[in-house]
Design a protein around this ligand. Structure first.
Ligand SMILES: Cc1cc2nc3c(=O)[nH]c(=O)nc-3n(C[C@H](O)[C@H](O)[C@H](O)COP(=O)(O)O)c2cc1C
Length: 390
């Protein structure tokens, strides 16, 4: 692991802190791009009203001078603009308000009950606050930084929502670039059938219910040979699965046609190898890409793509059966304002995590203290790839 990021902060606390280390000096960090990514994480249809109340006010605390990294750790701070309202409940230094009532009803599908047991808490709010997906603001920032790092290497990361509540789109003849563009201009970050998806979400909303779905993330322009088969933590697929599965609500991850491939025979799954000297930098290529651009944990040079399945949001307005941990009475789980469907929002985090894994793997392969050193090593590697033509 060459790059590392850590986050701190609670959902209704003062804010979220992100600490990123391992980047070389000289990487251009455009704060307006990071803000755009955060804005994408907030949008959607069927998104909690909280998303409209809160704005992600981001500040750089270290590691950057005049828009370029210094090689030192980067630190970002995202202030919670609603903190004033929450201060009595969340003050790190204050005392418990006299009239404060502990949260004692765990919501099924959340970390509420298992987190309470694990940390021997009496108040479920201690769990809710950190287990909340608010923390993914930090992962989004790390992902946006990774996208900016990868840009000079010609790598572009994007994605699209593939299904919501069983309404599914397929890429068909659409190129990856076009899919990325369509998703960027769609409120549901999808490429087709948006009105049907909206109607499905509106229906769930009216019923006090929630929805999940799937999204696809992809990276274009990744050179072959990034990642490795030599050890588990060097494999691109294992690293990708780790970061994608870690996104709250994600319950399934597949690289390429993973699950579908399990139902087919080898001849229908593996991507045959072709050669064309006009291709640059690497003349070997595939006409299909069912492997998701990774074989043996190493990039093949084709588009790297993965699919994630997100479960329906576990906070339902109509409530789910639960038990009060104090009275032991059967009750309906509490409702705190919540998304009805967060698949488009999770997509942005997923793209960020794909970018993060690739940025880490690029630093591993090309390295250096400065971006220019890494690019020099990258250019030399591209010349080597060209040499397969002779
Ligand atoms: C971007 C994003 C937004 C989410 N919004 C909500 C929400 O508003 N309400 C909710 O109950 N869960 C939401 N979730 C999902 C929960 O955070 C998640 O299901 C919960 O923490 C339990 O974790 P697990 O599903 O990974 O087991 C969201 C997840 C993501 C990635």
């Amino acid at each position: 692991m060459n790059l590392e990021f850590r986050t701190a902060g609670e959902s209704h606390g003062k804010g979220i802190l992100v600490f990123i280390s391992g980047l070389p000096a000289g990487v251009s960090i455009d704060l307006s791009f990071i803000k755009q990514e955060l804005a994408r994480r907030r949008k959607g249809f069927g998104v909690s009203p909280r998303m409209h109340l809160e704005e992600d006010r981001i500040e750089v605390l270290g590691g950057l001078r005049w828009g370029k990294t210094l090689g030192s750790p980067l630190a970002f701070w995202v202030q919670n603009t609603e903190y004033d309202k929450w201060q009595p409940l969340m003050d790190p230094e204050g005392e418990r308000p006299k009239d404060y009532e502990e949260v004692t009803i765990p919501r099924p599908g959340h970390a509420d009950l298992s987190g309470l047991v694990k940390y021997r808490f009496k108040d479920i709010r201690n769990v809710i606050e950190r287990a909340s997906a608010r923390e993914t603001v930090g992962r989004c920032i790390a992902g946006a930084v990774a996208k900016l790092f990868l840009a000079p290497f010609g790598v572009r990361v994007g994605g699209f929502v593939e299904s919501i509540g069983g309404i599914r789109v397929s890429l068909g003849e659409i190129s990856w670039e076009e899919a990325f563009e369509r998703a960027l201009s769609s409120p549901l970050a999808t490429v087709d059938r948006e009105e049907e998806m909206k109607a499905r979400i509106a229906q769930a909303m009216a019923e006090g219910d929630t929805l999940g779905g799937t999204f696809v993330v992809a990276a274009l322009g990744v050179v072959p040979g990034v990642g490795s088969y030599v050890e588990v933590h060097k494999r691109l697929d294992s690293r990708l699965a780790f970061y994608l599965m870690g996104i709250p609500g994600i319950k399934g991850v597949e690289i390429g046609d993973g699950f579908r491939g399990a139902e087919l025979s080898g001849s229908a799954v593996h991507d045959a190898i072709f050669y064309d000297a006009r291709r640059s930098p690497f003349p070997f290529f595939r006409k299909t890409n069912r492997s998701g651009g990774i074989e043996g944990g190493v990039a093949t040079g084709e588009v790297i793509w993965a699919r994630c399945a997100m479960k329906p949001i576990p906070t339902l307005r109509r409530g789910l059966p639960s038990v009060d941990i104090v009275s032991k009475k059967e009750v309906v789980a509490r409702y705190e304002r919540s998304d009805v469907c967060a698949v488009p929002r999770a997509l942005v985090v997923g793209e960020g995590m794909l970018a993060w894994v690739l940025a880490d793997a690029y630093m591993e392969k090309f390295g250096g203290d400065t971006l220019e050193e890494a690019l020099e090593s990258f250019r030399a590697y591209c010349s080597y790839l060209e040499s397969f033509k002779s």
